[in-house]
Structure formats: structure tokens, C-alpha cells
Design a protein around this ligand. Sequence first.
Ligand code: NAP
Length: 267
Amino acid sequence: MHNAALKACGIDAQYVRLQIRPDELADAVRSLVENGFLGTNVTIPHKVGMLGLMDEVDDHARKIGTVNTVVIDGGRLRGYNTDGPGIVRAVRSEFSVDLRDLRVMILGAGGGAGRAIAVQCGMENCERLVLVNRTFEKAKALANELQPYFHGTRLIGPVARLEAVPWEEAELKFQLEHTDLVINATSIGMKLSDPSPVPSSILMPHLMVYDTIYTAARTPLLKAADEVGARSANGLSMLLHQGALSFEIWFNREAPLEAMRAALMQG
Ligand code: NAP
């Protein structure tokens, strides 16, 4: 999608993919600087490691604790995170609603998607946030960290504005009754043989269901959402928007969204 964007904007540059091991990250970054790269994206498993290699880190990326976008400027490295803002744009484009107005449940509190989305929900001061993770302690720790964002009393009702809950069907069913948007930020569903992270028996038609996975058009979770008539979307829009935001940071101009979307759909 980035090469399509560069072409559409007439920018004489190329986006290339480099596969590196964690122990090669520092050397790889140095070589990007030496070889005149304008910037880079980083993905699994480098988003945390990259933070420590930056000369400057944007406030938003620091709060999220990971960097996925780097600007190389006069030999200096500035780190950003566009995953969180990417989900805001994705939710708006898929469901015509703002994340901040929603009661959100996030499945997965991993260092990549889950944490970035949860911190973004905190920064947006969204109506309600429920964190669910296989390793409960991780969800609990993240909820504790996000507590300062949720001290107000916007929500009136029988449930707390911010909760970490164990991954148990009865608990999820209760929480889903007080949720508008469910986001899957686990890796369950990357393989087509995977089950849905949440069975269709506890999903409800009022829900919006967003799966950050983008490798399949209809992941097991999205198929489960279809069974109950819930609105749903896969992670392509988050991928698109985090990429568009990276482009905007690198080139300080609006990203050619349609060219990028078309390239993603072809890929
Ligand atoms: P990660 O840091 O490795 O986290 C993986 C998460 O999945 C953890 O919460 C982990 O729980 C959970 N998990 C893994 N296997 C599980 C299982 N069998 N049962 C229950 N939970 C399980 O990975 P990540 O970088 O956050 O990526 C997570 C997903 O987000 C991936 O599917 C990726 O494709 C997607 N993603 C999408 C975008 C986008 O732009 N659309 C961007 C980034 C990531 P534990 O903590 O208990 O291990």
C-alpha cells in the first residue's frame, strides 16, 4: 500500500520489506540512517525494542509503550505509534461511530494491538472499557495503568467504567450485555482452523464486532457475528489507517487513501 501511495503522490521513493531478528535491530536501524532512508515502520516483534532506540519519542507512542513508525531526520530518529489512532479511524469508517462514545470490550492485552487499542480507548475517554486476556494478570495490570483515564462517572448503571475480567463464558456473556463494540486483538483466528474467540451463542445482534486480524476476509469471529446478525469488520481498515497515518507523518501531507486501499485489496 505504501508503494501505491508513493506512486499516486509522485514521490520518487520506495517502500521495502526487511526481515531482521531482534538482536539485529540496532544495527539495522543504524544502516537505515546511513543509507538515506526517510523512515520505517516496524512490526512484530520489534515495536517495544524500537522505543529504546529513538532519539525522541512522541508523547502518544510513549503512553502506548511501543513504536511502529519512525522518522529519520538529519540522522536523528523520532518514534510514533499509529496503531491506536488507526483503530479510531477504522471504527469510524466501518461503523460510522466514534470510539469515544462506545462501551468497548477488548479481547487480548498483548504488546502489539491489544495494548495500543486499550491505551487509545483510555485517551479517548471512551464510555466503558472491559479488558479480557487469556493471562488475566496482564489485563488486570493494564486496567490498573488505565485507571486515571476513567475516574469520571459518565456511565450510569450496574457495571464499572473500567474492568479486567477473566476469560470465562458466563462472565463474557454478562459483560457483552453492557458492550457496544467487541475488538479481537488476540491471534485466535489467524489460522482458519481456529475457533471463534467468542462463541456465537453469547454474541448479540446489537454488537459491533471488529477483528484486528486481516489475513482472512471472514475470520471465525466474524462468521460467529454473522450467525447472530451483528455488524462486523476485519482488520484491513486498521491496517490501512495506521499505514495512512504513517504516510502523513513521513511526508506531512494527506495520504492517498483510495490508492492505498486498492493496493491492499489486491494484496
Ligand atoms: P501479541 O503481542 O503476541 O499478543 C497476542 C495476544 O493473543 C495476547 O493477548 C495473547 O494472550 C493472546 N493469545 C494468543 N493465543 C491465544 C489463545 N490460544 N487463546 C487466548 N488468547 C491467546 O500479538 P499482537 O502484536 O498484539 O497481535 C495480536 C493480533 O492483532 C494479531 O492477530 C495481529 O494480526 C493483530 N494486529 C492487527 C493490526 C492491524 O493493523 N489490523 C495491527 C497489529 C496487530 P496472552 O497474553 O495470554 O499470551
